[in-house]
Design a binder for this molecule. Structure first.
Ligand code: NOJ
Ligand code: CA
Length: 555
């Protein structure tokens, strides 16, 4: 072994646990997850075997969009703790071998941010307004400056009063009206964000996930988008989109990369980029830009052999063309949990649609498929994002209307259910006022059966979801073929609804998307199965197995 070989950077094949802080663990009995609660559960994360945590925004915020509306990027919201506690948490995670990634929100601030408050008190054309997108309306000011729509519903513009109290300019917000978009042509904005990154990097943070990384730059003149009838914003695949994936956005990330590389060890970035075209996506991870992008293509695919194989191939081809690792995620805090989506007849993720129109959910089926999906995902080369609670097999919870908090629910006038169902606090114990989440209730109501999925109910039970994840993560660390950024070798499958692949050296994975057992088409010893009750030599229906291969079937 050559001692001079530099080990691959950790982020190339890390398993990153997406930690939705307000729903993880509550340390002070106010019903809201916090840093103290998280610190008391670092042991859980080590036992699970993850390499890093991505903590969703913990900054000071009026919380109109769960913290994706930041009013002070250098402060932690008091309900979560203080910057000092944040530093201690980072040190403790590092001591446990866990890296810490935060979530930066550069496309917009909160409307409570001092910059926006100053802008409101400053006249049209002022330097303060130039940090955002303020414009006069059309038709004598009555109509919004262009036709853009908010991702959360309704127009992307809100009108403000001028100094004399009369209706004045409009400002742009691609999300909620409480999330004004920043103007990235402003030098103030660029230098402020580099300074914010430095603040947290200096504190020991290992990287950032970048919220809506594709949206920062807008087309000059803010031209109309021209929506096809009935189109939802996220569906649009325009070649020259006025506020999405503009070429100029890459300059920002080249500059951020230099900043990250100036640290020892270098810090990393993961872009949130909802782009359907894998080639466009790969531009964000060119060698002098960001390190990884979240792979939303994989997350959106239908649970079919063909759909998953195409998503895998397209993702690997696109990222390897620029020398970047691929990442994989089955869900996150913005979409239905994987158990719920996979329990439907149509398993695709359909943007802009949620609620009863999606059809019935067979949770038992969803769980079987989600277990198989866990094995498929963890067998792939590259890095994996695991959304908190997916390791427990949680389904989306039904959140009663009066308790819903998501601006999507509010802005759509109740037409779209929103994302609260995927954000309900974790159950740690089968009993208790909040199933062990804290000592006094939970900020989003947990359903009555939640305790059956509790961590303590699953720990030690070999047939549980949690133990499947723990075993898979242990094997992923110890097996020489797993992790890393090697190749996937597809093999001939016994049926169209089965995928078979191997990885070198000596590893095989067979995934059965069908509703009857399939023969294991590889010669090897099963080391992990999504269903322990499977018959010898078979992959269970809606199941998957991992194998140690006998030498003769290695590719
Ligand atoms: C993406 C985040 O994941 C989502 O939760 C948020 O609402 C939007 N960006 C706006 O910041
Ligand atoms: Ca709390």
């Amino acid at each position: 072994m050559d001692d001079d070989v530099t080990p691959a950077p950790w982020w190339r094949d890390a398993v990153i646990y997406q930690l939705y802080l307000q729903s993880f663990a509550d340390g002070n009995a106010d019903g809201i997850g916090d840093i103290a609660g998280l610190r008391s559960r670092i042991g859980y994360l080590s036992d699970l075997g993850v390499d890093a945590v991505w903590i969703t925004p913990w900054f000071r915020s009026p919380l109109r969009d769960a913290g994706y509306d930041v009013s002070d990027y250098r402060a932690i919201h008091p309900r979560y703790g203080s910057v000092d506690e944040g530093r201690e948490l980072i040190d403790e995670c590092h001591a446990a071998g866990i890296k810490v990634i935060l979530d930066i929100v550069p496309n917009h601030t909160s409307s409570d941010h001092p910059w926006f408050v100053d802008a409101l008190h400053s006249p049209p054309g002022s330097a303060e307004r130039a940090r955002y997108h303020f414009r006069a309306g059309r038709e004598g000011g009555q109509l919004p400056p262009n036709d853009w729509l908010s991702v959360f519903g309704g127009p992307a513009w809100t009108r403000v009063d001028d100094a004399s109290g009369h209706p004045g300019e409009w400002y742009l917000h691609l999300f909620d009206a409480s999330q004004p978009d920043l103007n990235w042509d402003s030098g103030d904005v660029r230098s402020e964000f580099e300074d914010i990154l430095r603040f947290w990097f200096d504190l020991g943070v290992d990287g950032f996930r970048i919220d809506v990384a594709t949206a920062l730059v807008k087309a000059p003149g803010l031209p109309d988008l021209g929506y096809p009838d009935g189109a939802f914003l996220a569906d649009l695949t325009l070649a020259d989109h006025p506020h999405r994936d503009r070429d100029e956005v890459h300059d920002i990330y080249r500059s951020w990369r230099k900043l990250a590389d100036s640290y020892d060890p270098p810090r990393m970035f993961a872009a949130e980029a909802w782009l359907d075209d894998p080639d466009r996506l790969s531009r964000y991870v060119r060698p002098d830009e960001l390190h990884t992008t979240l792979n939303l293509h994989y997350l959106k695919s239908a649970w079919t052999a063909d759909g998953m194989r195409r998503a895998i191939d397209a993702s690997i081809t696109a990222t390897s063309a620029v020398g970047a690792p691929t990442t994989w995620a089955l869900s996150n805090h913005d979409v239905e949990r994987v158990v719920t989506r996979y329990g439907r007849a149509d398993t695709r993720r359909r943007p802009g649609v949620s609620g009863p129109e999606l059809g019935l959910v067979d949770e038992a089926l969803g769980r079987r498929r989600a277990r198989a999906a866990a094995l498929l995902t963890l067998a792939l080369p590259g890095s994996v994002y695991l959304y908190q609670g997916d390791e427990l097999g949680l389904a989306d919870a039904h959140v009663p209307e009066h308790a819903r908090q998501d601006p999507i629910w509010i802005r759509s006038g109740g037409r779209r259910w929103g994302r609260d169902g995927a954000r309900v606090p974790l159950p740690w114990t089968p009993e208790g006022s909040s199933f062990g989440f804290g000592d006094d209730g939970a900020w989003l109501p947990q359903p009555s059966g939640w305790g059956t999925h509790a961590v303590s109910a699953q720990a030690g039970d070999d047939s549980s979801f949690l133990e499947l994840y723990r075993r898979a993560l242990r094997l992923r660390r110890s097996h020489p073929a797993l992790g890393g950024t090697g190749e996937v070798h597809w093999c001939e499958a016994p049926r169209d609804d089965v995928l078979v692949f191997t990885r070198d050296p000596g590893f095989g994975c067979v995934v059965n998307f069908g509703s009857t057992p399939a023969p294991i088409a590889l010669d090897g010893r099963v080391v992990l199965s999504s269903d322990d009750g499977a018959a010898e030599g078979e992959v269970p229906a809606h199941g998957a197995v991992w194998l140690d291969l006998h030498p003769r079937s290695r590719v």
